[in-house]
Every structure is written in structure tokens, then in C-alpha cells.
Design a protein around this ligand. Structure first.
Ligand code: NAD
Ligand code: MN
Length: 360
């Protein structure tokens, strides 16, 4: 029996989560796995009910789950609320990532042949592009403990201090090289070590770790150039290792290969996949899309791909993840698509089409 905590969150979150759960149930049956799914509130929905973005009770349930599925969180109603406590207390999802130490953020971005005309790329530049952005999820700028705003000489000043210690960098570097070994054995680490101290340490540690993986081709790049090169020659990249902030940026940027933010999955793992099954939080990469919430038209593909990743990384069934990708590929090749990628299908119809092809 696998225990899954299902957190719809806000906006389109609950709508796409429902579609993801339909696919999870189908895959579980195929894997002879029985699922126990427990639905709870996260972030805005939790704040409205309990006055907290993530309750202690929810964290306790999260600690004993095998995996967590998240729709999306946030919205204008809650974006400006300041809660007492550090960075993790301002966001329900960050609270879970912090307390569960799901440091290894996998954000794959790939080209779908039948959606290339929905992307800004031409001349077959992204045919076959498939990049895995690895984003550090528990440190760096977004989790700085020294942060705030104050008056200095009568002027307002804001600050967030970036820190990384060597263990934080080493664990994600090991995760990155292990994942590169399962893919095309190439890893680029990006930083701004030319101008920043925390990145000098980042580069030093990643380079040290790289010596343990001589079979993986490794290169350090300055992040600005790396962003440029990923757009100019996307097919040359395999795994791209990033700190929290650069990973956030680059995962949406490379998302342009897929034709819509709604096509992007993600996983946050608490251990190196080379060590076996990992606990993970699986979520679509996009936000809560308040502009289309409640209409039943959100693209469920990012959520469904995240469910596929859960079967690969938590339940050890990479084959089922690949089956999900193939079913999506066939559905969109047959012209079935939601509005964000030029079609007319509702979220439910899109999922119906994927499930149909999974069963063939
Ligand atoms: P967003 O990703 O919610 O939306 C950006 C654009 O993409 C919108 O036009 C939206 O309609 C579209 N879009 C996103 N997902 C889609 C889908 N599945 N199908 C079709 N179209 C989709 O980003 P935003 O508008 O900058 O942020 C909205 C809220 O989401 C904010 O409160 C923000 O803090 C939050 N947010 C949450 C997460 C998360 O839950 N992991 C990530 C980013 C932003
Ligand atoms: Mn983001």
C-alpha cells in the first residue's frame, strides 16, 4: 500500500491534481500497487481555513507519506501576506520542501515534435531537445536567513543574503552526476563565480565531486552565457546543475521548448536516486494560473508527467513514466490539446485522450 498526500493548493491546482490522480490510479493498477490517497489543503486554501500556509498536522502527515502530489499554490489574495518566521513560513510549498529536505529539484524540459510551431524556435533548432534542469530546492537566495528591509540614511534598503555550505552543494552535485549517468552523460554546472563568493564555493565543490564521475562529461559555465547557449544550441545540453534561484529562472526559460508552462513537470527528491527509491514532492512547474482557474481548461500534462516521475523515482517504475510520455506524445500528435497549446480540449478531455492511449 502506497500512501500519497494529495495537495491541490490554489487556482488551477485542484483541477490539474484531479487529472493527475486519474492517471496515478491507472498506473497503480498496472503496477499492482494499491494507493491510499489523502486529500489536504495547502497554502492559500489552508490559510483561509486554518490561518496558516501549512499546518503542523499537515507536516506530520507529509512525514509519513510515500510521496506528495501538489497542484499549484498562490494567488493575488495571499501573495502579500507576511507570516511570522523565516522564508519557509511565507509559502506552504517551501515549508514542506524545507522540513522534508527535498533538495534535489528535477525539472525536465523537452521538445514535443507536434508542438514545435507553438515555440519561438525555428529551423529545427529544438528538434529532440531534452534538458534536465536541476534546481537546488532548500538553500540559497530564496531561503536566506538574513533578509529584510530597513532604513539606511533615510533610504529604504532590501536584502537577502545568499549562502551555501559545502554539504548543500555536494549533495545536489552527486544527484546531478547520478542522473547524468542515466541520461546522456553530460553535465553543465552554472554559476557566477566570476563575481560572487558563494558561487566560487559552488564551482569548487561541484568540480571536486565531478572527479568521482569520470564517465560523465563535465563543464562549468557562467550562468549568463549558459542561458544564452541553451537558447542558441539547446540540443547540446543534457543535465544543467543550478542553485535555487538560477534553477527557478532556467526551468521556466527552457520550458519554452515544450510550448507551454502547462506542459512542465517537476519533482523534488529528498535523496539521490542512485541510492534507490526516493521520497518526493511531485508538482507541475507552473503557478496557480488565476486567470484561467475554475474554467476546466488548464493543461493537465505537466501534472500528469509529474505523476509519471513519481512512478519512476518513488515506485521504481521508469517504464511507466516512459509509457506516460509516449501516450502524451501520441495524443498531441493526434491533434488533441488544451487551449494554451492551440487546441480546444478541456482538462478532462485531454486526460481522457492520454488514458485511452495508455490503455492501448
Ligand atoms: P503562472 O504559472 O500561474 O501563470 C503564467 C501563465 O501561464 C498564465 O497565463 C497562465 O494562464 C498560464 N498557465 C500556467 N499553467 C497553465 C496550465 N496548466 N494550463 C494552461 N495555462 C497555464 O504564473 P504567475 O501568473 O506568475 O503566478 C500565479 C500565482 O502562482 C502566483 O501567486 C505565484 O506566486 C504562484 N506560483 C506558484 C508556483 C507553484 O505552485 N509551484 C510556481 C510559480 C508561481
Ligand atoms: Mn518558478
Amino acid at each position: 500500500m502506497a500512501h500519497i498526500l494529495a495537495l491541490g493548493g490554489d487556482g488551477i491546482g485542484p483541477e490539474i491534481l484531479d487529472q493527475g490522480v486519474r492517471v496515478a490510479e491507472h498506473l497503480a493498477a498496472a503496477a499492482n500497487l494499491s494507493l491510499n490517497i489523502n486529500y489536504e489543503l495547502l497554502h492559500g486554501a489552508s490559510y483561509d481555513r486554518y490561518g496558516s500556509f501549512c499546518t503542523a498536522d499537515l507536516l506530520a502527515k507529509a512525514r509519513v507519506a510515500d510521496a506528495i502530489l501538489v497542484g499549484a499554490v498562490g494567488g493575488p489574495k495571499w501573495d502579500d501576506i507576511r507570516m511570522p518566521g523565516g522564508a519557509e513560513c511565507q509559502d506552504g510549498l517551501m515549508y514542506l520542501r524545507h522540513h522534508l529536505q527535498t533538495y534535489l529539484g528535477l525539472r525536465p524540459a523537452r521538445n514535443w515534435a507536434s508542438l514545435t510551431n507553438r515555440t519561438p524556435f525555428k529551423n529545427n533548432l529544438i528538434d529532440g531537445a531534452n534538458i534536465l534542469i536541476l534546481r537546488e530546492m532548500c538553500g540559497g537566495a530564496m531561503f536566506s536567513s538574513q533578509r529584510g528591509q530597513r532604513l539606511e540614511n533615510g533610504k529604504r534598503k532590501g536584502f537577502d543574503m545568499i549562502t551555501y555550505n559545502e554539504d548543500e552543494v555536494a549533495r545536489i552535485a552527486h544527484g546531478g552526476f547520478a542522473l547524468a549517468r542515466r541520461r546522456n552523460k553530460r553535465l553543465v554546472s552554472c554559476d557566477k563565480s566570476n563575481v560572487m563568493e558563494s558561487y566560487k564555493l559552488w564551482r569548487e565543490i561541484v568540480s571536486e565531486v565531478s572527479l568521482e564521475y569520470p564517465d560523465v562529461s563535465f563543464e562549468n559555465m557562467f550562468a549568463d552565457n549558459c542561458g544564452y547557449q541553451m537558447m542558441m544550441r539547446p540540443c547540446d545540453f543534457d543535465v544543467v546543475l543550478c542553485c535555487n534561484q538560477l534553477g527557478d529562472l532556467f526551468s521556466d526559460l527552457t520550458g519554452s521548448f515544450a510550448g507551454s508552462l502547462g506542459m512542465l513537470p517537476s519533482a523534488c527528491l529528498a535523496s539521490n536516486p542512485a541510492d534507490g527509491a526516493a521520497f518526493g514532492i511531485y508538482e507541475s512547474t507552473s503557478g496557480s494560473a488565476p486567470d484561467i482557474a475554475g474554467k476546466g481548461i488548464a493543461n493537465p500534462v505537466g501534472m500528469i508527467l509529474s505523476v509519471g516521475m513519481m512512478f519512476e523515482f518513488t515506485f521504481g517504475r521508469a517504464d511507466l513514466n516512459h509509457a506516460v510520455e509516449r501516450a502524451i506524445e501520441r495524443a498531441i500528435a493526434n491533434g488533441i490539446a488544451t487551449r494554451d497549446v492551440g487546441g480546444t480540449a478541456s482538462s478532462t478531455e485531454m486526460t481522457d485522450a492520454i488514458l485511452e492511449r495508455l490503455m492501448q
